[in-house]
Structure formats: structure tokens, C-alpha cells
Design a protein around this ligand. Structure first.
Ligand code: NAP
Length: 315
């Protein structure tokens, strides 16, 4: 089947907080804009139950709720949306090409806002049990944890916040962390240490996860003593649930060899410009020090203005 060809001023790849904000700004600048998103609108933050540090919401706001507001605002300014995967990009000419299964988009400028995805632990047995007792989304799978024993791996903001959230459902939540202090923000740590249902297994890494249709046991190792232990379900139970929150990897594989990357993250200047004129990047997928919704949104605004300036320079 022949692909459909469409022309846009700006194609935004990724519909998370950075992409949606870029869309709002492009729409308001009357640029013909489309956002191509491979999953659900809003990106990774939609799996966060309660966002406490986005300005303007002193009582917190749900990640999904906030992203739906961003989405409504982008639609209000006439941004088109397409929910599909980008298969290929060609940034070698002035006219940029973004290709999906069914369409070829021709754009004057492209904004990359593809974000990050959860990083697996990388231990033996993990890949086979994803979706069978290993979950990367506490919000999605919290109901499966009711009355159960749950392990969260990692010591950053995500691990600790999600572990606290899971205590509302699980009987007991244990954080397995490879060091003896958490990386999470102090304010998050303070809350966690007050949480009765939360336990910590320090200086520990997961070496192997066993099971066929569910997690039946896991082998952990103390990094200091090298002692290994096998964790099994509580008496009378057949399984337990593991949530890896050990960091985030950039979703940039389709740009490999097309734009400059550093450890997989996109290199930009402070105007969000990549090394390719007319291709800008925003949000968690780029090299930066603080990955938050507020910084992703700020990136999106700057990226949109840079794209607009670039398009104006062509005329
Ligand atoms: P992160 O900050 O990179 O933390 C990853 C954690 O996993 C670290 O504690 C790390 O240990 C541990 N780890 C890494 N690889 C491991 C492995 N193979 N085995 C065991 N443990 C491993 O990731 P994140 O918590 O997902 O956060 C990502 C970004 O989003 C951060 O910038 C964070 O501030 C931001 N974020 C912010 C909020 C918020 O502001 N409310 C919420 C969530 C996320 P070490 O500490 O030893 O390195």
C-alpha cells in the first residue's frame, strides 16, 4: 500500500510534557504542527500518581490529570495528533522526513521529545518475567499488590516515591538498594523513613529472578559481604511482585547516526538545537542535569521558539 504524504511546518516526535508544551507554543505561533506519539498522550509521568513539585498545584496533581490538561491546551491551538510509531527519519536535506507505518511526513522543522523509558535491572531471569510479576508501572499494577509482599529495586526518587505509593495496597514493601543511602531527594526520604509498611534492604543487588508464570523467588547479594540469599514468598503464598526503578534510558535509537548523541541522550545547545539545523530536541531525551516535568515543559517552549526562528530564517 502506498504511503500517504503530508506536509507540516513542524513535526514533533513524542507527546509527553516536552512535546505537548512544544505543541502549545507551535500552535500559538500558527505553525502547522503534528505530534506523533507511540503510546498514550502524556508520556512516563502519567504513571505518577501524585506530582508534588509542579508549580501551581500546592496540593499536588496526578501525572495523568496534568498531561490531559497539556493535551487539551495543545488541541485548543490546533495541533494534530497521530498515535503511531516513527519508523525512520531523514534529516539529511532541508526538508525533514519523518516516516511512520502508513505515512511520510515532510517538515520544515522537527522537534524530538521522545523522553526516556524505564531501565531493566539486567539480571538473569528478569526479561522472561516482565509482565508476570515484574512491573515497571506501580500505578498500572497497584491493584495486583493488594495484600501482597512487594519488592522495589532502586534508591532514586522513582523507587522511593513508587514504593511509598505501593504501601497503600501491599502488606509490605521492601526497597532493595545497592548502597547504604538513598539517592532520592531528602524530602522524599524523610517521608519514606516515616512509612511503617516500608522496609529497606541495603547494600543489596538482585542477581537472579526465578519463576515460570510468576516470580517464585529471587537471589540477592550483599555487595559488601558477597553473601547470597534466596528470597521466597511468604508462607502460604506462591509468588511476590518486583518493581524495578533503577533509572531511565533515552528513547533515541531511531536517531542513532542521524544526530549527535552522548550515551544515547541528544546533545543540544541552550536553545535546544541539535547539530542538525532545523532539528531541535526537548525534555528527558536530551543531555541535561534535571529531569522534571517543569524542565521538560520549559525545554518544549524553547524548542518551539527555536523551530519557529529556524522556519522564519528559511523564508
Ligand atoms: P535515578 O535517579 O537514576 O536513580 C536510579 C537508582 O537506581 C539509583 O539509586 C541507583 O543506585 C539505582 N540503580 C541504578 N542501576 C542499578 C542496578 N543495575 N541495580 C540496582 N540499582 C541500580 O532514576 P529515577 O529514580 O528513575 O529518576 C530519574 C530522574 O527522574 C531523576 O532525575 C529524578 O530526580 C527524576 N524524578 C523526579 C521525581 C520527583 O521530583 N518527584 C520523581 C521521579 C523521578 P545509586 O544511587 O547507587 O546510583
Amino acid at each position: 500500500m502506498a504511503k500517504k504524504h503530508e506536509n507540516y511546518d513542524v513535526v514533533i516526535i513524542g507527546g509527553g510534557s516536552a512535546g505537548l508544551t512544544a505543541g502549545i507554543y507551535c500552535g500559538r505561533s500558527r505553525l502547522k504542527t503534528i505530534i506523533i506519539e507511540q503510546g498514550l498522550v502524556g508520556g512516563l509521568i502519567t504513571s505518577t500518581q501524585d506530582l508534588e513539585n509542579y508549580p501551581g498545584f500546592p496540593n499536588g496533581v496526578g501525572g495523568e490529570e496534568l498531561m490531559n490538561l497539556f493535551y487539551d491546551q495543545a488541541k485548543k491551538y490546533g495541533v494534530d495528533f497521530k498515535f503511531t510509531n516513527v519508523k525512520e527519519v531523514d534529516f539529511s536535506q532541508d526538508e525533514k522526513i519523518v516516516e511512520t507505518f502508513r505515512s511520510v511526513y515532510h517538515a520544515k522543522a522537527v522537534i524530538i521529545a521522545t523522553g526516556v523509558k524505564p531501565r531493566p535491572i539486567g539480571c538473569e531471569g528478569e526479561a522472561e518475567l516482565i509482565g508476570k510479576g515484574i512491573s515497571f508501572c506501580s500505578t498500572c499494577d497497584a491493584n495486583l499488590c493488594i495484600g501482597k509482599e512487594v519488592y522495589v529495586v532502586g534508591g532514586g526518587d522513582s523507587a522511593v516515591e513508587e514504593a511509598m505509593y505501593l504501601t497503600k495496597f501491599a502488606d509490605k514493601v521492601t526497597i532493595i538498594h545497592r548502597r547504604d543511602e538513598l539517592r532520592a531527594a531528602k524530602s522524599i526520604q524523610e517521608k519514606a523513613f516515616k512509612c511503617d509498611k516500608l522496609d529497606f534492604m541495603w547494600d543489596t543487588v538482585v542477581k537472579k529472578i526465578n519463576g515460570t508464570d510468576c516470580v517464585e523467588s529471587m537471589v540477592v547479594e550483599n555487595v559488601k559481604t558477597k553473601e547470597r540469599n534466596t528470597i521466597t514468598p511468604r508462607e502460604g503464598e506462591e509468588n511476590f511482585i518486583i518493581f524495578p526503578y533503577v533509572g531511565l534510558d533515552p528513547v533515541t535509537h531511531i536517531f542513532d547516526g542521524k544526530i549527535e548523541l552522548e550515551n544515547g541522550f541528544i546533545k543540544t545547545n541552550e536553545n535546544m538545537e541539535t547539530n542538525i539545523p532545523g532539528v531541535v530536541a526537548a525534555g528527558d531525551c536530551r543531555v541535561k542535569s534535571l529531569r522534571q516535568v517543569v524542565t521538560a515543559a520549559a525545554d518544549g517552549a524553547i524548542a518551539a521558539i527555536s523551530a519557529e526562528n529556524y522556519i522564519n530564517s528559511l523564508e
